[in-house]
Every structure is written in structure tokens, then in C-alpha cells.
Design a protein around this ligand. Sequence first.
Ligand code: ADP
Length: 399
Amino acid sequence: MSTEIQAAPEPQVAAPAPSTGSRRPSRILLLLEQRQNRSLLEAELAGRHQVIAEADERALDGEFDLCIIDGTSLDRLRERVQGRKEQEKPTFLPVLLVTTRPGARMITRHLWRSVDELIIAPIERAELVARVEVLLRARALSLELRDKAAELEATALLLVERTAAAEEANRAKTQFLATMSHELRTPLNAIGGYVELLEMEVRGSITDLQRSDLARIRANQRHLLGLINEVLNYAKLGTGTVEFDVSDVPLGEALTAAEALVAPQAASKGLTLRVAGCPPEIAARADADKLRQILANLLSNAVKFTEAGGQVEITCALEKERVLVRVRDTGMGIPADKLDMIFDPFVQVHSDLTRTAEGTGLGLAISRDLALGMGGDLTAASMPGVGSVFTLALPLASA
Ligand code: ADP
């Protein structure tokens, strides 16, 4: 294939703006057999770009943004050009063929594998500049895309690493809680055992004053043990070692049993406590023990945070495939900005009260995890000074 460039008259068309957006001047590799053609193109392009003109074919392995090649060189180097384009993928490395052969017959599929654009000699300056700019812009865009993709990949990687680190830290914390709680329970049980021995006067008789002191030790030992058990429960939930024994649980029975648990405290505080609208035939898919634990927690909170003379009510409702159990109180309520936090572990909103009233701030965190573990959910709505509603949603038992 013989290729020749003839100088064309000065164009009448305004040249397009130089390529923008690239970080360095674009490098154009000229692989042209004829020295004269090379000088001509070099003179034309060198003002705007960095031109590698005296290049031999080894320059194909170097860095450039556009290769302008003639037919003779392409015949000789077709495979290397194709290989270089492949190697650059998915980034676009444009090749512009300058040829004297007019007509579409030569534009074979084969050719388009190594060439992206062609220009027929004699070359019009404006056409040359326009083609070069379009190809360089496509190249710049493709480089930008490559950089963005690399950035995205790096961000994704960072995210994965951070998530893994956070999960690991969480696992370690949960494991620590589980171990600590376990270790603390052993001496506490021993304290309880020895107090019992003393109370039974196995070590000798005790005075009434000593008996009342021992009762205090016992009460505090039980309280501490209760708290530790709660931490242990929460830690177990976090490690995914809690098993759910799910069956169809009739709600009427479960609610009456839970009501009975808190009835004495409600009565002693002068609260009205009632279960309403739970027909006995409604059943939920749940683990009966875990359901009892959630209800006991919601009800004891309702009683704890409601002033004398207030009301606590449990109601049931069906919603699509779910059953909703609501525990409503006319208590002090929870400020809107704290409502999301109450399900986080160790969060206590009414810290003045909870310092005197017992609690760890774990009850709701455990209850919600248990609800989620049974395919349900636990949510809260509240208005300070008016009261709160906690809604436990559970899957409805299959009919
Ligand atoms: P605890 O009751 O042991 O403090 P919980 O996780 O059960 O822990 O509750 C977290 C906090 O949410 C409580 O300390 C209290 O401030 C608030 N809370 C829970 N239930 C109610 C309620 N029915 N009314 C008002 N505040 C509540």
C-alpha cells in the first residue's frame, strides 16, 4: 500500500478548540514512512501537542495518546498496533490512518480492528485538526473514566475493609462482654451461696440485725446477677448463638401471663393495667419464652415510667400477614430526638429515674434483637408528658 500526503491549501474553517481536561499535553506518535509527510504533520500538530515524530516501531510500546500511521507502516505493524490497543483496554487508545486510497472498499472489518479513524490524502488542515481533536477528546474521556473507576474501586475496597474492621471490633466487644459476664457470675453465685449458709445459721446463730444485713447483701447480689445475666443475654444475641424455638403461640395466653408478671408493681403504684382486643384464636409465629421476655420488658418499662394514677394497656391488631401487639402507657414519654436511641444498648433517657429505678438500658436492645430474630420488629412512638406506645410486630401463625 503506498501512502502519500500532499499539502492541502489553508483551510477556510476555524480550527476546533484544543483538547481540554487532560492532565498533561497529549502525546501523538507519528508512524509515517515518508520523512516529508512526517515533517508536514509534525509542523501541523507540534504547536498544540507533544509530537513523537522520529519514532521507530518500538515507540508503540511507550506512552502516547494517539498514533497517526500510514498504510505502509500499518501493513507492516498491524499486529503490534492491534496488540498495543488490546493491552490498553478498557482505556481507548486511538489510531488514525492516513491514506491516499479513497473509497469505502478498503474499509474492511479487518482494518477497523487496528484503526479508529481514517483521513484521505491530500489532507485538509481543518479536517486533520478536527479528527485529531475528536480522537484525543475520546482518549481523555476514557482516561478520566479509568481514573474514576480506580477511585471508585479504591473507595469500595476501603469500605469493605472498614466494615470488616467494624464487624471484627463488634465481635471482639461482644465476646469480651460474654466472657466478663460469665466470669462475674461465678463469684456472685458464691456470695449468694455463703449468705444463704449464714442465714441458715450453719456457721452459728445470727442476730436480727445481722439477718437484715444479710438480706441486703442478698438483694444486691440478686440485682447484680440480674444485670449481668442481661448483659450476657445481649452478648449472646450479638454472637448469633441464640436459638429460636418457633411455634404457633396463642397471643391471649401470652399476654395474660405477661400481665400477671407486672400486676403487683402496677397495683402498688396505683396504675390501671388491662389487656384489650386480643381474641384467643389469634396466634403468632414466635418463640414463646422470647415473646414472654419482650412483653415483660415492655410492660415493666411502662409501669416504671408511668406516674401513679396512670394507665398501661396491651392491645392486639391484625395487619396483613402480621400481628401487632401494642403496649401503651400514659407515662412521662420520650423526647423525639431520643426515640431512635432507646433501642441502642446501654441508653437510658431518664437517667435520674433509672439511677433509682433499676435497669441497664439493655432491655429494649435485647427485645428488638429478639423480635428481629423471630422475623418481626419492635418500634416506638411517644410524646413527652402524654405517653408512649411500643409496637411489637410478629408473623401471623399459619391458619
Ligand atoms: P432500662 O429500662 O433497663 O433502662 P431499656 O432498654 O428497657 O432499659 O430502656 C431504655 C430507656 O428507654 C429507659 O431507660 C427509658 O429512659 C426509656 N424508656 C423505655 N420504655 C419507656 C416508656 N414506656 N416510657 C418512657 N421511657 C421509656
